[in-house]
Design a protein around this ligand. Structure first.
Ligand code: PRP
Ligand code: ZN
Length: 283
């Protein structure tokens, strides 16, 4: 049995639950009690505050954890990152009042900075030879400059709207964060094996992320043009249709380039274009 610690609420909760679902892990109770075993996989899920996840994994209370890289770096516990999960992306940034003139890092010399991430900030300032006064607060960091508690803040920025509504501007990105899977460093062989299976499934989910499966009918005369437009995994599949002179073409395409590619396919003569979601992709 592998015990996975995840956040019981907040930033990562929903997306972590979605990921567990995509990995095929069904929890045996919908109620969020502290510890829930899975019905169909040898794991149990431990719900914790994000702040407690790195320590619980380092100490072996949990074997694996899903947590923000920001939280992992700040807590600096002895657990290893086994996978970057590509969701809950955000930045840990320095921000100052929007009307202040910014002339580079030396702006922060002697200034008061409010944050919930003193360790990461301290390391960053040290590395850059800047001495500031770090003021630790645990919530609503963004209001500190407005009420005269600090000159600047160091906090999570995602959409940036919190900064805007507090008349602040982001001037330095210190850490690019995302959700990561961390693991205890001395797992038993049995637990390692379960973790390997989990990571295999995570890779399949990540590989399918942002990709679509596309099918279309193409007159044979246009096949060459259409195949040039399609960036297949290896090469697109081409099959003859019952109707003479036509083929069915299948391919995987990146969602980002979706509209651009669809329009080019249409002008190249493709018809009956069908686009499907890809749930998993095992490479
Ligand atoms: C973070 C951060 C900001 C906000 C930034 O708080 O402290 O308040 O997100 O996001 P935005 O750039 O999209 O506006 P979070 O929601 O994680 O909760 P917390 O304040 O409890 O940490
Ligand atoms: Zn927290």
């Amino acid at each position: 049995m592998l015990r996975i610690a995840i956040q019981s609420k907040g930033r990562l909760y929903e997306e972590t639950m979605d990921l567990l679902g995509e990995l095929g892990i069904k929890l045996s109770s919908a109620k969020r009690t502290l510890l829930i075993p899975a019905r169909n996989f040898p794991v149990e899920v431990l719900f914790l505050r994000d702040d407690d996840i790195p320590e619980s994994v380092a100490s072996g209370i949990a074997d694996v954890g899903i947590v923000g890289l920001n939280e992992y770096m700040e807590k600096d516990k002895d657990a290893e990152i086994v996978k970057k999960l590509e969701f809950s992306k955000c930045r840990l940034s320095l921000a100052i009042p929007k009307d202040a003139e910014y002339d580079g890092l030396k702006w922060f010399e002697g200034k008061k900075i409010a944050t919930s991430y003193p360790k990461i900030l301290n390391d960053f300032l040290d590395k850059n030879g800047i001495k500031s006064d770090i003021h630790v607060i645990t919530g609503s960091v963004e209001i500190a400059p407005g009420i005269g508690l600090s000159d600047a803040i160091f906090d999570i920025v995602s959409s940036g709207s919190t900064l805007v509504s507090n008349q602040l501007k982001e001037v330095e990105v210190v850490v690019e964060s995302q959700a990561v899977m961390i693991a205890n460093k001395s797992l038993t062989d049995e637990k390692r094996e379960i973790l390997e299976e989990l990571l295999f499934r995570v890779d399949a989910v990540l590989a399918a992320d942002g990709k679509k499966y596309i099918l279309m009918n193409v007159p044979n005369a246009s096949l060459d043009t259409v195949l040039e437009i399609l960036p297949g995994i290896k090469s697109p599949t081409v099959m003859p249709l019952a109707q003479e002179g036509w083929s069915s073409v299948h391919a995987v395409l990146p969602e980002k380039r979706f509209w651009e590619i669809i329009n080019r396919l249409r002008s190249a003569g493709a018809e009956g274009i069908l686009v499907l979601n890809i749930e998993k992709m095992v490479l």
